[in-house]
Design a protein around this ligand. Sequence first.
Ligand code: M6R
Length: 366
Amino acid sequence: EKGGYDHFMMKEIMEQPRSVADCLRGRVIADQMHVKLGGIRHKMKDLMNANRIIIAACGTSWHAGLVAEYIIEEFTRIPVEVEYASEFRYRNPIIREDDVLIAISQSGETADTLAAIELAKSKGATILGVCNVVGSSIARSSDEGAYTHAGPEIGVASTKAFTAQLTVLTTMALMIAKEKQTLPEETLHKLLVDLESIPEKIAEALKCEEEIKKISEMYKDAQNFLYLGRGYNFPVALEGALKLKEISYIHAEGYPAAEMKHGPIALIDEEMPVAFIATKDSSYEKIVSNIQEVKARKGKVIAIVTKGDTLIPSMVDHAIEVPDVHEALMPMVSVIPLQLLSYYIAVLRGCDVDQPRNLAKSVTVE
Ligand code: M6R
């Protein structure tokens, strides 16, 4: 049942080339400029004419929502707000009939996310669900939706559901962009080609496993970890930190790299490992300076870099290469080494990775 692996989490990490391919099947065919989520076709008009898109979710699904915010705004120019479902449901938010609420949930049973849906529904908004579990409560209470088709996720730490959520949300953004013509045809084509290539890019990223094992040995006794990223990789920093804390019980924080100066930089000394998600994108130069700032304070830096980069590897303690892809799609690839890092550190610390203490797979109480 664990496919020969010691834990479900590892099986699920390794499955990602397949789960993302399953998620894309029939939905994206770059050479035909085909991009379509059949499950939301009747609500496409509402989506295109939306005053605003509100994304409500919790945990890892909320991180996927943060990436989607950047992607949807960039490619469709529709304003997006991302809300913790637990905050949204209790704060009397402004919701209009021409708003579209996208609820993201692996289990489809998260109580707060379900309540956010009911609230938005009562105000007349259109509800779209992005769920993994077919027939789940959230899937059923949405007007329409798109399944992530990642297959059952057993490990409490969400891995393949996250990459599949990003796949669906990117597909949705490009589907709107195509209809609304908010992207030049060439750009849209290039993005679809890159999206189709994500399964092989993930397979390539997974090859860092042995290197990650070695790094995990070196840092397994750390008390704290900092994760930093900018732009599309900022939510990946949050996700890397969440993965580490929930399964290894090491205190970890994720921040946008530039926020470091506003407080967290005070934590940095020779004991502090800092994971930078520093792939070659539009914020590359900026993140190079952030890395210098950490090195100047003797922090230990593990950097996720784009294959072929030589500058950052020359500055840091450990560099992990991932293949290049359009920056908006990079989170699906750059998160892979961080999933492996949290897994190996937790295993080395003797933790129960599939069933971490105090946590349940679906949070059905508020
Ligand atoms: O099933 P959902 O996606 O609604 O669950 C949301 C969170 O409870 C979930 O992502 C949680 O944070 C995971 N344990 C993270 O790995």
